[in-house]
Design a protein around this ligand. Structure first.
Ligand code: UGA
Length: 427
């Protein structure tokens, strides 16, 4: 059992800390945000993440998971420190490292015994090296710390599962000593260790997200071409995915990728490349396809309705994907902006997201949201939308257009209820 401090209680920090406590470690989660810590102390979690709240409660009760605002105290108790603070994008696309820098400053002034400092926040190539160098420059003895880069591969909505069942544990190190600590930390996990340099680990994280985003944009570009040739993109995805060299996952064409990771990480990697005078041609194209994918759906809807002015449009699904309440870079919100810009009256429903601002007009009841609508756009593939009563939808709507933004609805089923299915590359 190790004493572990986790700094930053966003979805990565909270999941990491909670699952490490589940593994049997004694975990101290620290955050500057007092309100968040008070919530956590009372056993509530500030985000929607399936399975997390129960696990937090259980481990708190067992006395293995602690929450506080007192970093100094946690640093005294723990020999292992995870840094999981946010690195939100700056206006130019580079990540903001202010929070990380502040934490390093605070750790450096409290280093009295050896600490393994593990950086999990997604940071540009060279940042972990910078952390190690800056600690030395502050006069800290090299024997007093190890810096380890240990990027996360957690998907929002299934973060707990991903932390319990990782495909690999990536460890970036400067010397072999911390490997034993990392093995002890992850002793309950059955996954291979990929050992590399600090910068190598940072690059594995960025390359993973960039590659996944590339798969999505590739399929979205294919969907544009398939649409022009009356070919079903889902059949193409099926044919492609059976080749083990390609694989079946992340081949879903649709409105494009959103969330706090892919858009931010692609921009950050682009900036990192440009800083070294390398033009990242593929990264640029991937982002361009993603930015313009909604236009294809928008054009189809516009054509089907002749004009969007004063039309009542309902959007189902506001989060950037199902099983999360995160709306950062949500494609649905981007679509809504375009609809509002074209003069439409936009209504919305999401199983958990309620926006404070209007437009759109948010509803808490799914069927109420489509009353008298001219068109419905399904922007995320929530389970609730898969079980919908389409007859009721048809009866309540004024129009009959249903735009499938995630290619998960059954066009034949909709047709049976006289609904007009609209998709890109779904003939
Ligand atoms: C992503 C990665 O999948 C995680 O491995 C990584 O750890 C995380 O970023 C991160 O960097 O922290 P996440 O952003 O939670 O996880 O969500 P994904 O499930 O990857 O989905 C991202 C977006 O791609 C969503 O908008 C989703 O709708 C879209 N998507 C996904 C598609 O459009 N098509 C697909 O085939 C798959």
């Amino acid at each position: 059992m190790m004493k572990v401090c986790v700094i930053g209680t966003g979805y990565v920090g909270l999941t990491t800390g909670t699952v490490l406590a589940e593994f049997g470690h004694d975990v101290y989660c620290v955050d500057k945000d007092q309100h968040k810590i008070q919530l956590l102390i009372r056993g509530h979690i500030p985000i929607y993440e399936p399975g997390l709240e129960e696990m937090v409660k259980q481990n708190k009760q067992l006395g293995k998971l602690h929450f506080s605002n007192n970093l100094q105290e946690a640093l005294q108790i723990c020999s292992v420190i995870f840094i999981t603070v946010g690195t939100p994008p700056l206006a130019d696309g580079r990540p903001n490292l202010t929070y990380l820098k502040r934490v390093i400053e605070e750790i450096s002034s409290n280093l009295t015994s050896h600490k393994t400092i593990i950086i999990k926040s997604t940071v540009p190539p060279g940042t972990n090296e910078w952390v190690a160098t800056s600690l030395l420059e502050k006069g800290i003895e090299p024997t007093l710390f190890d810096v380890v880069s240990n990027p996360e591969f957690l998907r929002e909505g299934s973060a707990v599962w991903d932390m319990l069942h990782p495909d690999k544990i990536v460890i970036g190190i400067k010397r072999p000593e911390p490997i034993k600590t990392m093995q002890a930390l992850y002793r309950n996990v059955n996954a291979s260790f990929i050992i590399t340099s600090l910068t190598g680990a940072e690059m594995i994280k960025y390359a993973s997200n960039a590659f996944l985003a590339t798969k999505i944009s590739f399929m979205n570009e294919m969907s544009r071409i398939c649409d022009a040739y009356n070919v079903d993109i889902k059949e193409v995805a099926l044919g492609l995915g059976t080749d083990p060299r390609i694989g079946p996952l992340f081949l879903n064409a649709g409105l494009g990728y959103g969330g706090s990771c892919f858009p931010k990480d692609l921009q950050a990697l682009e900036q990192a490349a440009l800083q070294k005078n390398i033009t990242p041609e593929i990264l640029l194209a991937v982002q361009k396809v993603n930015d313009t994918q909604i236009d294809f759906y928008f054009a189809k809807l516009n054509e089907a309705l002749t004009s969007l002015k004063n039309k009542k449009i309902t959007v189902w699904g506001l989060a950037f994907k199902p099983e999360t309440d995160d709306t950062r870079y949500s494609r649905a919100l981007h679509f809504i902006e375009k609809l509002v810009g074209a003069g439409a009256e936009v209504h919305a429903y999401d199983p958990i997201v309620q926006l404070d601002t209007s437009p759109p007009i948010c509803h808490t009841m799914i069927y109420e949201s489509i009353e008298n609508s001219d068109a419905l756009i399904v922007a995320t593939e929530w389970d609730e939308f898969k079980k919908i009563d389409w007859k009721k939808v048809k009866d309540l709507m004024k129009g009959s257009i249903v735009v499938d933004g995630r290619n998960f609805l059954d066009p034949q089923l909709l047709k049976r209820y006289h609904l007009n299915y609209v998709g890109v590359a779904r003939p």
